[in-house]
Design a protein around this ligand. Structure first.
Ligand code: PBG
Length: 322
């Protein structure tokens, strides 16, 4: 006798019944990029199918997201001005804050998560306070905490710090608790690598560092034990959900986090991963739909409970067709 694995592959019915991993729209988070100005819905050249949207055009976008039953969005803002200390990031009338208020008017139940970082708002493009060519850790914490608080005051349901400064989850948890937002969760970009897969995003968000790189704060792609230390520190500091970013080249990290921690794990299927699939599909090299579903299923199978992806709308449609 030998093992006949093919027995349970003989029909679509049986294959579906014994399928181990199932994607659901309920676990997807869709990123949105808000810009100042009026009547703007402009396709982003490096991310075909994704748009820069002004606040007055949010309604149609949010309604589409609701109709697809996508439960959550991750908000990014492109501010009207940048300065050394990223003041638009924590301005109560900043782009993200205005956007949150508008979205909450349109769709009070849509879960609004905000990316908390300074790089889109600093004139130098780094994720923290820059002095003599160095990104200062502790002075940055106060600005990040202020940014998170101002998002939450505007109505954000969850904050997602993506800066990779040490101690930022602690700083954000403290300020939120002090201000009466004990029940606002933090989804931390705990394990964020200094990855080249963010290339298109930096064009999207105009957030590339003007000098140097992010290697003094984002992680070395070669490291995995360090990922566990970062994740553990964030949990101890009060993070509720741990995120791994990017997703595809880091599925072992997603798996290790899932094995080691009992909290929900999120993975960010980043801009470069999206752009690669789009480029290959547009050249007829791969079938976009099946590759997207295989890729997202792989990320989930690795251990991601939540997936942040520019493919959320497409996946929602594909899942509905099934
Ligand atoms: C901000 C931030 C970045 C991304 C999410 N938040 C860029 C970076 O760290 O350089 C990347 C998202 C993507 O590539 O899709 N720090």
């Amino acid at each position: 006798m030998f093992y006949r694995g093919r027995r349970l592959r003989t029909s679509q019915t049986i294959r579906t019944m014994v399928q181990e991993t199932r994607l659901s729209v309920k676990n997807l988070i869709y990123p949105l990029f808000l810009v100042e100005g009026n009547n703007i819905k402009k396709e982003i050249p490096s991310l075909k199918g994704q748009y820069h949207i002004s606040i007055d055009r949010l309604e149609e976008e949010i309604k589409e997201i609701l109709s697809l039953k996508i439960p959550a969005i991750l908000l990014f803002g492109l501010p009207g001005y940048k300065d050394d200390l990223a003041s638009n990031a924590y301005d109560d009338n900043g782009i993200v804050q205005k956007g949150i208020r508008k979205i909450k008017e349109i769709a009070p139940d849509l879960l609004v998560v905000t990316d908390v970082c300074l790089c889109q708002y600093t004139s130098h493009g780094h994720c923290g306070v820059l002095k003599d060519g160095k990104v200062l850790n502790d002075p940055t914490l106060e600005l990040l905490a202020k940014t998170a608080l101002s998002h939450v005051k505007a109505g954000a349901d969850m904050v997602a710090p993506s800066d990779m400064m040490d101690g930022r989850v602690n700083a954000i948890r403290d300020i939120l608790d002090d201000e009466g937002f004990e029940y606002t969760p933090i989804m931390s970009y705990s394990v964020k690598y200094a990855s080249s897969f963010y290339g298109p995003f930096r064009e999207v968000a105009d957030s590339a560092p003007k000098s140097g790189d992010r290697k003094s704060y984002q992680m070395n792609p070669a490291n995995t034990n360090e990922a566990l230390m970062e994740a553990e520190a964030d949990l101890m500091e009060g993070a509720d959900i741990l995120m791994v970013k990017p997703a595809l080249a880091y599925q072992d990290i997603i798996y290790r986090l899932k094995e080691n921690f009992d909290c929900p794990i999120a993975a960010y299927n980043v801009s470069g991963e999206y752009a690669m699939v789009k480029a290959a599909a547009s050249q007829g090299l791969i079938d976009e739909k099946s590759v997207v579903m295989e890729m997202l299923t792989g990320i989930k199978r690795a251990g991601a409970d939540l997936i942040i992806t520019y493919f959320a709308k497409d996946a929602a449609k594909y899942l509905r067709e099934e």
